[in-house]
Design a protein around this ligand. Structure first.
Ligand code: GLU
Length: 451
């Protein structure tokens, strides 16, 4: 087993956003690629801005994406701070005593001192080199003491530890070997390196990943369109499609295709392949990746993702076999953008009797249609094998015999079978519904005519 340990360390200030999700994903991919461990640590030292609700939303977002963590929060109804793993607690708000010990150590070695009640760390004025696995060597010049005080607060006068301190102590205590985080933290890294040095330990390796920009090149903020993960979850996108898209934000598999399953990405992912330049968020590409996954996933997975939406919107699934549900959904997958659309598309499969708009009904189902529907009914009753290509040919020859246009048969048939002008392709739909059900629905429609 590999000794690699990476972590995602969100501050729970709101919902998981694209940037955070991408950082979590890259850490998870690296852990899974190397056989290492993925740790989730909640950086909740800022009482004023952090909330339990935000923690839940982060956990929900990660779980939805399929980014399982080996160590980290495992809340129960009794204990929202419960954790799994032997280096916890994994909530910084529960680690105060640990930080205190480290501060005392720094004070006793004169590596930190107190000023106006706050503890400050003695920062170097020499240049600091960050050896970054993505960005390369970054040399940071430090200002002269006369010009600016390089020392920084690590424990506030109210006793609260500061981000730099807790972030470093936890990476050290949790045995983190690689810090993969957003490039916005690169400016903090010299401070972190000096803290690791003061604690007498080797720092982890750093990999700062490029920022995500809006489509127009401006810096993406949490409030920008598309930035929150919530709409993708609420509209039931496919997690594998979103994971695929997020993985391409700054990483390239260097292949002539862009659609990969999460497992394929795990196999291909590596840190040197991360780009240095910023990535642009492109909602069209995300939608494309999502629909490509919906088209190509297994029927079982399609049904698994569609089921909650179908149930939520009132589909009658009880008593229907998983084989039926899967073949029904197979006929819809090419046409939907996400699973929140699936019920309106697939509903005809999951009703006991067809509902139709009364106006559409009287317009369409009139006496002229009767011979056509009767002929169709007979064709369906006789057609063997009951297979979509054969059905198509049969209906075509029927229109010739009757001397009517295709549309004259197709639209009323669709309305009789589904109640709607849109939906899955007609012949595959007939096959899934089965001969008996088609006949039942055509009989009902013939009754509409007789009214
Ligand atoms: N809590 C920090 C953040 O959310 C984590 C920084 C890091 O990954 O080191 O930005």
């Amino acid at each position: 087993m590999s000794s690699i340990r990476v972590r995602f360390a969100p501050s729970p200030t709101g919902f998981l956003h694209i940037g955070g999700a991408r950082t979590a994903l890259f850490n998870w991919l690296y852990a899974r690629h190397t056989g290492g461990k993925f740790v989730l640590r909640i950086e909740d030292t800022d009482d004023a801005r952090n909330s339990q609700e935000a923690v839940e939303l982060i956990l929900r977002g990660l779980s939805w994406l399929g980014l399982d963590w080996d160590e980290g929060p495992a809340p129960t109804p009794e204990d929202p701070y419960a954790s799994k793993g032997d280096r916890g607690p994994y909530f910084q708000s529960r680690r105060t005593a640990i930080y205190q010990k480290y501060v005392e150590k720094l004070l006793s070695q004169d590596l930190a001192y107190e000023k106006e009640g706050a503890v400050r760390f003695r920062m170097t004025t020499d240049p600091v080199t960050v050896k970054d696995l993505v960005v390369g060597d970054v040399v940071r010049e430090m200002p002269d003491r006369e010009k600016a005080d390089p020392d920084f607060v690590i424990l506030r006068s109210d006793g609260k530890p500061v981000f730099h301190l807790v972030n470093v102590i936890d990476d050290l205590e949790m045995g983190i070997t690689h810090v993969i985080r957003g490039e916005d933290h690169l400016s903090n890294t010299p401070k972190h390196l000096k803290l690791f040095e003061a604690f007498g330990v080797e720092p982890p390796k750093f990999a700062h990943i490029p920022l995500i920009l809006n489509a127009n090149g401006s810096k993406m903020s949490k409030r920008d369109d598309g930035a929150s993960m919530l709409p993708y979850i609420d509209n039931a996108y496919s997690p594998e499609g979103v994971v695929n898209y997020l993985s391409l934000l700054g990483w390239s598999p260097k292949q002539d295709r862009e659609i990969f399953t999460p497992q394929e990405i795990v196999e291909l992912f590596d840190l040197p392949a991360i780009a240095r330049s910023a990535a642009r968020f492109d909602i069209d590409k995300l939608n494309w990746a999502n629909t490509e996954h919906i088209k190509s996933m297994s029927s079982a997975r399609l049904a698994e993702l569609a089921r909650p939406e179908l149930e939520k919107q009132g589909a009658q699934l009880e008593g229907r076999s998983s084989e039926y549900i899967e073949s029904a959904l197979d006929t819809c997958r090419e046409k939907i953008k996400n699973f929140s659309e699936i019920y309106s598309f697939a509903q005809a499969y999951f009703v006991d009797s067809v509902q139709i708009d009364p106006e559409l009904k009287t317009q369409t189902f009139n006496a002229d249609l009767k011979p056509i529907l009767n002929a169709l009914r007979q064709a369906i009753a006789e057609q063997d094998p009951f297979e979509s290509g054969e059905l198509a040919a049969r209906v075509k020859s029927l229109t010739k015999e009757l001397g009517v246009k295709m549309g004259k048969v197709m639209l009323p048939t669709r309305l009789a079978l589904t109640g709607s002008k849109t939906g899955p392709d007609l012949y595959p739909l007939m096959v899934v519904l089965g001969r008996e059900e088609c006949l039942k629905r055509l009989d009902a429609a013939l009754n509409w005519i007789d009214g």
